[in-house]
Design a binder for this molecule. Structure first.
Ligand code: OMP
Length: 213
């Protein structure tokens, strides 16, 4: 595990972003854990989060022209990532986000910020079944831009409709990488290395056995 991955898990635990218990997902599956990126809700937490995304992106070597934060949760994530790419890696990259509803006055349209041109790197929180990210990919194609990749905080490593995970399906269908700061396997490794402080390990392993890829 890289140091930014351990830092990310501890950051998420510290802000209750990563919780253990019983949670019903968008997919209907009952999960022993949940990742709520909306609780990264302070200046220091956002700054640390931006650093983790930026480190992961730079580590991967993915080439892109503009960052896109999908409404709503992707917007602060992409903004924090853009700041960290500039402050830590000396890369001043254009940044855009979308509205959920088009505005008829003012600047109008669905997109705000830098023009959506060239290769777009999407920054988001979690992909489970891939519903949310598919909508964003359509939006990028409609704007005439292309998808460079998707960077997310957590890859839940769950099967989609078939044997592949939703992430693997997206990677194959679009020929792009989906970069995650951590995977479910990292959470399991972390719990093991810490002596299972939340008593969550067994439930996590069972869930992975049932739905994991
Ligand atoms: P998909 O659209 O199925 O890929 O699910 C992604 C969305 O699920 C996220 O944007 C969240 O709204 C929600 N989610 C989480 O935020 N954290 C989780 O740990 C699990 C889910 C989920 O419902 O699958």
């Amino acid at each position: 595990m890289q140091s930014y991955q351990k830092e990310f898990i501890e950051l998420a635990r510290g802000h209750d972003v990563l919780r253990f218990g019983e949670f019903t997902l968008k997919s209907g599956r009952v999960s022993p854990y949940f990742f709520n990126a909306g609780l990264f809700a302070s200046g220091a937490a956002l700054a640390a989060l931006g650093r983790c995304y930026a480190d992961r992106i730079v580590d991967s070597g993915v080439e892109f022209d503009v960052l896109l934060g999908p409404a709503y949760k992707g917007i602060p994530l992409a903004a924090a990532t853009a700041v960290a790419l500039s402050d830590r890696h000396g890369r001043d990259v254009p940044f855009a986000y979308n509205r959920k509803e088009a505005k008829a006055h003012g600047e109008g349209g669905m997109l705000v910020g830098a023009p959506l041109e060239g290769k777009v790197l999407v920054i988001d929180d979690v992909i489970t079944a891939g519903t949310a990210v598919r909508e964003v990919i359509t939006m990028i194609e409609e704007a005439g831009a292309s998808l460079a990749g998707v960077a997310i905080g957590l890859n839940r490593q769950e099967r989609g409709a078939g044997e592949l995970s939703a992430i693997q399906e997206i990677e194959q269908a679009h020929g792009i990488p989906v970069l995650s700061i951590i995977d479910m396997a990292h959470i399991i490794d972390y719990l093991e290395s810490q002596g299972d402080p939340d008593g969550a390990l067994q439930g996590m392993q069972e869930y992975r056995g049932k739905y994991g890829v």
